[in-house]
Ligand binder design. Structure first.
Ligand code: ZN
Length: 143
């Protein structure tokens, strides 16, 4: 049986999905929310760590701050890019002013910084504002 793990966007419960039993819909075993979430997930230090380490789907993390111009300018592009990926790539956003633990752990020193992870391991990172097209190409390269 082929299974994969996916973290709930709402309650951060780790769900194990059996591919054979997948009928097109997937709901969290804990809170019943649809796991196929098309929007970037706003995370804190704790849920960000769970998503990075437990998801068996590639993860992008956008470290931003509300006082950073380029971060805010990228807001919609990041959201639009996420729409195209569903369960292929998980898009996370973390407010690095409010939550500093994860940013410190990965040595994030400028904003915005976007880091790609696969099964808990950093694949690569870019520290500047990206367009929707750039995000799209990057996310596709992770699948
Ligand atoms: Zn849940």
């Amino acid at each position: 049986m082929k299974t994969f793990k996916i973290v709930c966007p709402e309650c951060s419960t780790v769900n194990t999905i059996t591919l054979e039993a997948y009928d097109g819909t997937m709901n969290c075993s804990q809170c019943q929310v649809d796991l196929d979430n098309p929007f970037p997930i706003e995370v804190n230090d704790e849920s960000c760590t769970t998503h990075i380490t437990e998801n068996e789907i590639p993860v992008l993390v956008d470290f931003y701050s509300t006082s950073c111009g380029p971060c805010m300018a990228m807001y919609e592009d990041y959201e639009d890019a996420a729409l195209g990926f569903g369960l292929q790539v998980i898009f996370l956003k973390i407010n690095a002013d409010k939550y500093q633990q994860v940013a410190r752990r990965y040595g994030v020193s400028s904003l915005p910084t976007i880091i790609a992870f696969k099964k808990g391991e950093e694949v690569n990172r870019i520290s500047r504002q990206l367009s929707q097209v750039e995000l799209d190409i990057w996310a596709k390269s992770l699948i």
